[in-house]
Design a protein around this ligand. Structure first.
Ligand SMILES: Cc1ncc(C[n+]2csc(CCOP(=O)(O)OP(=O)(O)O)c2C)c(N)n1
Ligand SMILES: CC(=O)[C@@H](O)[C@H](O)COP(=O)(O)O
Ligand SMILES: [Mg+2]
Length: 642
């Protein structure tokens, strides 16, 4: 019996590949799109994930695969979180309910998954550059194939999109950019571009077919085209277009209704066949389209937990400790109440970073700069240079995009910019593109930088306070996605001494040097080792930079074996402790030191606790590392002794 959980999809059942889609009559496409939308809702109700953006591109996805010869024509999605309808139409409907789970489909496009995913995505604003690459390669090889980039209005706020458009003329008519304008990022969009797009959309009705026909008359072969160019009508018509995009060398077409297949299909066909290019089609859609709970939600159901498809009610997490994000936000608000120089910057992630609540408290000192991490960091540097004390709240993975700004504009100038690095470590369902694996390595290597890692939510409060008072240069505090461990939050935050760690448990034979929230596993490992007759010290180093050299040297010289552990890739804490040991000559006399860190792979999506277990970054892994080290003789050969 068909239901919202198990929708009736007679037409969609006939479509496994785009080639099946292209055999349908055009007048069947609207029904197919409806069935596709129901399938997306039903699937995401089971898996959770990114719903609103995919619902907004159901018709667009259908039209693109109907008009273009995918996979020969290369379809590059931007961010890729809207790719669920695309995956259903490209041979992956049978696996769509494995989305974002261990061993399942990625929640973003991935080359390894399908030839219909010519380019991986997940970080925003890469699609035009990538599509331009495909287009120019086709041009150089004299291949006819088109490259189509579908980029949202939010993603269009990142500088990388303009770098690509600035070079797009090279692709001629092989590059097509479809701007999917739903007037939403994760939050409402910000900045001048958003206002410009709104003017374009509101300045006149959607282009009617006649207007489109007239406009496309100009895409005729050059002789005819030139004739048209001389007419006033041409000049007037083009002047009415998207001037910003036309100045960058695009033919601008739009705005058109992104849910109206009767408009989409002929426009895409005309653009496909146009002799001139590159072309930018401005499509207006609604995020969450066709699902009332999503349409009504402020965030349009951008990212959802599993939900009841009938009511839209999302699964609630069991009550537990507060999230690190909320602890950070409350701590920052307290600091800003104390110091009016404190301000905060997010790159289009107000809710994810907790800065939405900071903005409610301090609207004048809170800045959402759009998806523009590079600008965010240098903007913070300017604020700091002029006396403010800015907190840049950017996920670990997204801060990677602004690395040179961190080095060049903040660290070299030794400016008091604070980096609140959320989603540090493994993040679960978003997988390898979102893992916060590298920030210790990429920040602790920088002179002047202070790098802290909170072991729990109480430590996070102390570290936000310590950052807020640290005026001698830049400081970063990292903390993971998800909830704290359940320790009491301090009524009064402490100012931590920069570069000083703490002993959490005293022992004699084994020393575990922990950084960040692996402390919980380190303490469990200590219990297990103690039960094996191995007295174990656990230290929370708190700082990856500067290291607590006194504490580390003492631990390394008074214990039989020492282990470092961190939620980061090689090149982080362990590397710095090894360098210290080497510099002090401690490795000259058979020091037993092992570093535990994330494996040298990009870890796919899975539950974080399983990801860490797979990486052996848990209590069992620590015990195994210690026992193995004790079995190694001075030649590093395993002996019988355990
Ligand atoms: C570099 C980078 N910064 C931040 C994000 C987080 N993020 C994912 S989707 C999104 C909003 C995208 O808005 P838009 O492009 O308009 O797509 P829509 O969700 O509206 O379809 C953001 C900020 C990201 N994926 N990449
Ligand atoms: C698609 C994207 O990049 C964001 O929506 C991201 O998935 C958010 O991550 P969190 O769910 O950890 O906030
Ligand atoms: Mg958008």
């Amino acid at each position: 019996m068909p239901s919202m959980n198990n929708p009736s999809t007679p037409l969609l059942d006939q479509v496994q590949w785009p080639s099946d889609l292209r055999r349908l009559n055009p007048d069947q496409l609207a029904q197919l799109a409806d069935e596709l939308r129901q399938e997306v809702i039903s699937a995401v109700g089971v898996t959770g994930g990114h719903l609103g953006s995919g619902l907004g591109v159901v018709e667009l996805t259908t039209a693109i695969h109907y008009v273009f010869d995918t996979p020969e024509d290369k379809l590059v999605w931007d961010v890729g979180h809207q790719c669920y309808p695309h995956k259903i139409l490209t041979g992956r409907r049978d696996r769509i309910r494995t989305l974002r789970q261990g061993g399942g489909l990625s929640g973003f496009t991935r080359r390894a998954e399908s030839e219909y995913d010519p380019f991986g995505a997940a970080h925003s604003s890469t699609s035009i550059s990538a599509a331009l690459g495909f287009a120019v390669a086709n041009k150089l090889a004299d291949r006819p194939g088109k490259a189509i980039a579908v980029i949202g209005d939010g993603a269009m706020s990142a500088g990388m999109a303009y770098e690509a458009m600035n070079n797009a003329r090279a692709a001629g008519n092989r590059l097509i950019v479809i701007l999917n304008d739903n007037d939403m990022s994760i939050a409402p969009p910000v900045g001048g571009l958003s206002a410009y797009l709104a003017r374009l959309v509101s300045s006149r009705e959607f282009l009617g077919l006649r207007g489109l026909a007239r406009r496309f008359a100009r895409k005729l072969p050059r002789p005819l085209h030139n004739a048209a160019r001389k007419t006033d009508e041409f000049a007037r018509g083009m002047a009415m277009g998207g001037t910003l995009f036309e100045e960058l060398g695009f033919y601008y077409v739009g705005p058109i209704d992104g849910h109206n297949l009767d408009q989409l299909i002929p426009v895409l066909e005309n653009v496909r066949d146009a002799a001139e290019g590159p072309c930018l089609i401005h499509v207006v859609t609604q995020k969450g389209k066709g699902y009332a709970p999503a349409e009504a939600a402020a965030d349009k159901y951008h990212g959802v937990q599993k939900f009841d498809v009938v009511t839209g009610a999302q699964a609630k997490a069991p009550p537990g400790p507060p999230s690190y994000t909320s602890v950070f936000a409350k701590a920052l608000i307290a600091e800003a109440e104390r110091d009016e120089r404190i301000c905060a910057i997010t790159a289009a992630m107000p809710s994810g970073t907790g800065l939405d609540s900071f903005a409610e408290a301090f609207p004048d000192r809170s800045f959402d700069v759009g998806i523009a991490e590079q600008h965010a960091v240098t903007f913070a540097a300017g604020l700091a240079a002029q006396g403010m004390r800015p907190f840049c709240a950017i996920y670990s993975t997204f801060l990677q995009r602004a690395y040179d700004q961190v080095v060049h504009d903040v660290a070299i100038q030794n400016l008091p910019v604070r980096f609140a690095i959320d989603r540090a470590g493994l993040v679960g369902a978003d997988g390898s593109t979102h893992a916060g694996s590298f920030d210790i390595a990429y920040l602790a290597t920088l002179p002047n930088m202070v790098v802290m890692a909170a072991a729990d939510e109480a430590e996070l409060v102390h570290m936000v306070h310590t950052c807020a008072l640290h005026d001698d240069g830049p400081a970063a505090v990292r903390y993971p996605r998800g909830n704290g461990v359940g320790v009491a939050l301090p009524a009064v935050p402490q100012r931590l001494e920069i570069g000083k760690g703490r002993i959490v448990r005293e022992g004699r034979q084994v020393a575990i040097l922990s950084l960040g929230t692996r402390l919980e596993e380190a303490l469990k490992a200590a219990e297990a080792l103690e039960a094996k007759g191995l007295s174990t010290t656990v230290a929370d180093l708190r700082f990856a930079k500067p290291l607590d050299e006194t504490l580390i040297r003492r631990l390394l010289t008074t214990h039989e074996v020492a282990v470092t552990i961190e939620e980061g890739a090689i090149g982080g804490l362990g590397a710095h402790v090894l360098t210290l040991a080497s510099d002090c000559g401690l490795i000259d006399n058979g020091l037993k030191l092992r570093t535990m860190r994330l494996p040298d792979i990009f870890q796919d999506q899975d539950k974080p606790e399983k990801q860490y277990a797979d990486a052996k970054l848990d209590a069992a892994g620590i015990v195994d590392t210690v026992l193995t080290a004790l079995r190694h003789n001075s030649a590093g050969v395993e002996t019988a002794r355990a």
